[in-house]
Structure formats: structure tokens, C-alpha cells
Write a protein that binds this ligand. Structure first.
Ligand code: ATP
Ligand code: MG
Length: 260
């Protein structure tokens, strides 16, 4: 199988010829993408190009009409989104989905519990183990919140955070499951420049610690400063792939953006 060839063992994620239509709209049309292990890979394209839909297909939030996704060497079409998360691929949403009426800490803990497949019987038969796990998760959550400078908000309602802080909380929450690959859908959208720089620094640092990222972003400064390679999608199809500098100079890419 293709994913087992030596050339592709370096890829943590490979998607081949994915398609998805909504009624008459071909949102994603035979799109392919590779994400090298250890990279920060970008995904850009005009509004409506199909980027978010592609994320939904990669993480099985949507079933593709055709095509396949291979994560860490294995086809994942048969897995539910939470099972994919358990395997180490986690995603965030274009509009941050934090639970406003829970505290920041509760949001963090809930992410870990959901992904652990919270087992009812454990609570009854292994209360000691459950308590120990919760203490460990709380410590890990505190560590992450500290690193993203949200500790002072740990007990505040997530609803009281600014838009940028919510984005940050969503990323922080994704890390609770100790993923291998994080898909970020527009992490810088609606975030002020100071916080945006902070988010970029965190992403760089987590990447240096071994985490791989696939990032959808409209902000080209963010793409230029973070990404090793960038895939460009237009009208659901692959338009180009290359380094940020190559992509910035590509006339077809420019045309796609100007034509929107
Ligand atoms: N659930 C859906 N039902 C119907 N059409 C949809 C659905 N989701 C997306 N689309 C359509 O599919 C196309 C691609 O949308 P998508 O959200 O993937 O684009 P995008 O590249 O993420 O855009 P943006 O940069 O604005 O976030 C659009 O025409 C959109 O209207
Ligand atoms: Mg989108």
C-alpha cells in the first residue's frame, strides 16, 4: 500500500483524492494533502475554497464521497472522530467551541475525560484510580494553562474570555489529549496582534517539542512565519504546494485570491 512505502513513512497524515459535495456544490474536489511528521504545514485558499470541509474530512466529522485518509500509517475511514482523537489527531474549529458556562479549568478537564472514553465502571469499581487520574489531569491542565498564560483565568467562566483567549483555550484544550498532530482552523482569526504573536510562539515551541501542525490561516504573516510548506486549495481542488515564499510568488495563487 502506498502509505507503507519508504517515501511516505515520513508523512504523519496523507489524504488522497478526497471529494465531498453538498447538493450541487463540490466543496472538496479530488483534493490531496501530505503532512510530514514534525512539520508545521499550512493550508490556504480563498473564502469558500473548501479548507474547513477538508479538515472535516480529515478528522471524519464528515464522510468523504470518495478518497482516503491515512493517519500514522493507517486508514482511518472506519473510526469515529473521538477514536481519531484517541489515536493522536485533534482539531480545533474556525469558531472556537469552548463551553462558556464552564470554567476554563473545567473545559480543560472535560476534554481529557471525553477523550479517555470516560468509563462509568471505573468510577464505581476503581474510585482511587479515577481520583488519581483526575489529579494528574488537573496538574497537566495547570501546566498547559501556565504555559499559555491563562492560569489567572483558570476559575473564570470560559464565556468571560476574549475572542483571542478562547482560541488559545481551544488550542490548550486540544493539547490535553497529548496529540501527535493538531489541526488548527484559523487560529489567528479575530485575535489581536499581541496575542497572535503569542499563539505563534507557542505553536513554534510545541512544534520544537515534537508536535506536528496543519494550519488553515488567512493571515499570510502567520503562514510565512510558521509554515515549512503550504498547500493551496481553490474551488475544492489542489492549486499549488510549496514553501511559503514559493507560494507567495506563484501567479496562479495570486490570481485565485484576486478573482474571489
Ligand atoms: N454543511 C454544508 N452544507 C452545504 N454547503 C456547505 C457546507 N459546508 C460547507 N459548504 C459549502 O462548501 C464550500 C466550502 O466551504 P468551506 O467552509 O469548506 O470553505 P473554507 O475554505 O473553509 O472557507 P473560509 O475561508 O470562508 O472559512 C462553500 O461553498 C460552502 O458554502
Ligand atoms: Mg473555513
Amino acid at each position: 500500500m502506498e502509505a507503507e512505502s519508504p517515501a511516505s513513512t515520513q508523512q504523519i497524515l496523507v489524504a488522497r483524492e478526497l471529494s465531498k459535495s453538498f447538493g450541487g456544490i463540490r466543496a472538496v474536489d479530488r483534493a490531496s494533502i501530505d503532512v510530514p511528521q514534525g512539520s508545521i504545514t499550512g493550508l490556504i485558499g480563498p473564502n469558500g475554497a473548501g479548507k474547513t470541509t477538508l479538515f472535516n474530512l480529515l478528522s471524519n466529522f464528515l464522510r468523504p464521497d470518495r478518497g482516503e485518509v491515512i493517519f500514522a500509517g493507517q486508514a482511518i475511514h472506519h473510526l469515529q472522530p473521538h477514536q481519531i482523537t484517541q489515536q493522536g489527531m485533534v482539531r480545533t474549529f474556525q469558531v472556537a467551541r469552548v463551553l462558556s458556562r464552564l470554567s476554563v479549568m473545567e473545559n480543560m478537564l472535560l476534554a481529557a475525560q471525553q477523550q479517555a472514553g470516560e468509563n462509568f465502571w471505573n468510577v464505581w469499581f476503581r474510585p482511587g484510580q479515577t481520583l488519581r487520574q483526575e489529579r494528574q489531569q488537573r496538574e497537566y491542565a495547570s501546566e498547559i494553562l501556565e504555559s499559555v498564560r491563562l492560569s489567572h483565568m483558570a476559575q473564570s467562566y470560559a464565556g468571560s474570555l476574549s475572542g483571542g483567549q478562547r482560541k488559545l483555550l481551544e488550542i490548550a484544550r486540544a493539547l490535553m489529549v497529548r496529540p501527535k498532530l493538531v489541526l488548527l482552523d484559523e487560529p489567528a482569526a479575530g485575535v489581536n496582534p499581541t496575542l497572535m504573536n503569542q499563539i505563534c510562539e507557542h505553536i513554534t515551541q510545541w512544534n520544537q517539542e515534537g508536535l506536528t501542525f496543519l494550519i488553515i490561516e488567512h493571515n499570510m504573516d502567520v503562514i510565512m512565519s510558521l509554515c515549512d510548506r503550504v498547500w493551496v486549495l481553490a474551488e475544492g481542488q489542489n492549486l499549488a504546494v510549496g514553501t511559503p515564499t514559493e507560494i507567495q510568488r506563484n501567479p496562479q495563487v495570486l490570481e485565485a485570491y484576486l478573482g474571489q
